[in-house]
Design a protein around this ligand. Structure first.
Ligand SMILES: [Zn+2]
Length: 111
């Protein structure tokens, strides 16, 4: 069993003599990336951009390169419930980057 699999199934072997079960495995997640992905979907529809996977991913990449990543550890399935006030405030910043990115994809589509 790989470390990743062990982590996914909830058990991580820490050493030869110490087997520790983790009941709720933590995930490392970039909150900015999660928010950007959601916002890009929304803005592609709002701005009438092409919704193919290429345009979607290009817009995500453009927006994310303009933003600071924000990593948190979170329990599986609880990605958005643990957002702090700071992260919510940063959404304006995210919106600007997402709008810019989607407009750029509309102007220069790579599909
Ligand atoms: Zn497209």
């Amino acid at each position: 069993m790989s470390l990743y699999e062990a982590f996914k199934t909830g058990g991580v072997k820490l050493s030869k003599n110490n087997f520790t079960m983790i009941k709720e495995p933590l995930l490392l997640t970039n909150v900015t990336e999660d928010l950007v992905k959601l916002q890009v979907r929304e803005y592609i529809e709002k701005l009438g951009a092409c919704d193919c996977e290429t345009c979607y991913l290009n817009a995500c990449a453009l927006a994310l390169n303009d933003l600071e990543p924000k990593y948190v550890t979170t329990k599986e399935g609880a990605l958005f419930s643990e957002l702090t006030a700071t992260e919510v405030n940063n959404q304006t910043h995210i919106l600007v980057a997402v709008t810019k990115a989607v407009e750029q994809v509309i102007e220069f589509p790579h599909h």
